[in-house]
Design a protein around this ligand. Structure first.
Ligand code: SF4
Ligand code: SF4
Length: 290
């Protein structure tokens, strides 16, 4: 089994998203991860060139040691995944990364309102456009539903005509504590998943309980995809001072009383709590990571 190492290298960020844990934590916690912290994990788990390194934050590109960390990871493996809000994408070499995950919250006004910056959307979308035109497999565009209208409007505007040339998408929602899932969000999501699949895209979905989708959608997935999947990765979340947590795969969901015996849990978002989620294409499904 391969290892997949997650490192949240900084809590700093150039956005101020409304529900962000990093944003709410960073004033109290200045923690950063150094190359030495990563080396401790490397020594402990004897990393190989098949292992995957995931670099996130906060916003990792604003970390002072961002380049140093990426260079270290590259010396170990070519499988480097970057989570970024996309505003600094034009400053980095996208070729260093196997995949770059970038969130969008909808149209310019919806996105900027959520992330707390009037420049965020244009900077992110301009950078995304450049990369997608060159390589439609580099970016994973993460459509995060906070304001459903803002997301629906994005899919109707000119930017979407370029963004949808991309080949990889993930769809999720902004989780708000104690707020029941809006059935309109579920309907929108399942329609979008099917539309993207029909265009031969690769699609992930998470933070949406599978049993709350329509019967038709659930059956479509259950009938056409392999439900007996497993993951080929062990996930290790590294932190400062060489601390780490290992996440196993088959942790049951716990939204509802039925979750403990549910045979659909493989497609359920709560798997995401352990960083795993299903990845769909027109032809097959596998267990990937968030
Ligand atoms: S871009 Fe990410 S880290 Fe930054 S405030 Fe938003 S959710 Fe938090
Ligand atoms: S695991 Fe729970 S939330 Fe997920 S599909 Fe099954 S019953 Fe629904």
């Amino acid at each position: 089994m391969n290892n997949l190492f997650y490192f949240n290298i900084t809590y700093k960020c150039n956005n101020k998203c409304k529900d962000c844990c990093s944003h709410n934590t960073r004033d109290k916690n200045k923690r950063t991860v150094s190359v030495d912290d990563i080396k401790v994990i490397d020594d402990k788990f004897k990393c190989t060139e098949s292992d995957v390194w995931v670099i996130s934050g906060g916003e990792p590109t604003v970390a002072d040691n961002f380049d140093e960390i990426i260079n270290y990871c590259l010396s170990k493996s070519k499988h480097i995944i970057l989570y970024t809000n996309g505003r600094n994408l034009h400053k980095i070499n996208a070729e260093c990364f196997e995949r770059i995950i970038v969130p969008l919250y909808g149209t310019e006004s919806g996105h900027n309102d959520y992330v707390g910056s009037s420049m965020a959307y244009s900077e992110t979308v301009n950078a995304l456009t450049n990369i997608i035109e060159r390589n439609p497999d580099k970016i994973e565009l993460k459509l995060l539903i906070n304001d459903l209208t803002a997301m629906k409007d994005l899919l109707q505007n000119d930017d979407w005509q370029i963004l949808k040339k991309n080949n990889r998408f993930s769809i999720s929602r902004v989780i708000k504590p104690n707020v029941e899932i809006d059935s309109n969000v579920l309907l929108f999501t399942e329609n979008l998943i099917m539309e993207l699949l029909s265009e031969d895209k690769t699609v992930k979905f998470y933070d949406l309980p599978f049993c709350k989708f329509s019967e038709k959608f659930q059956n479509n997935i259950l009938d056409n995809y392999d439900c007996s999947l497993n993951s080929k990765y062990r996930i290790i979340c590294g932190s400062q001072f060489g601390k780490y947590t290992v996440f196993g795969f088959n942790k049951r969901a716990d939204y509802y009383i039925d979750c403990s015996t549910c045979n659909k849990s493989i497609f359920c978002t709560k798997i995401m709590q352990r960083y795993y989620c299903p990845v769909l294409t027109t032809k097959k499904c596998w267990i990937g990571t968030e």
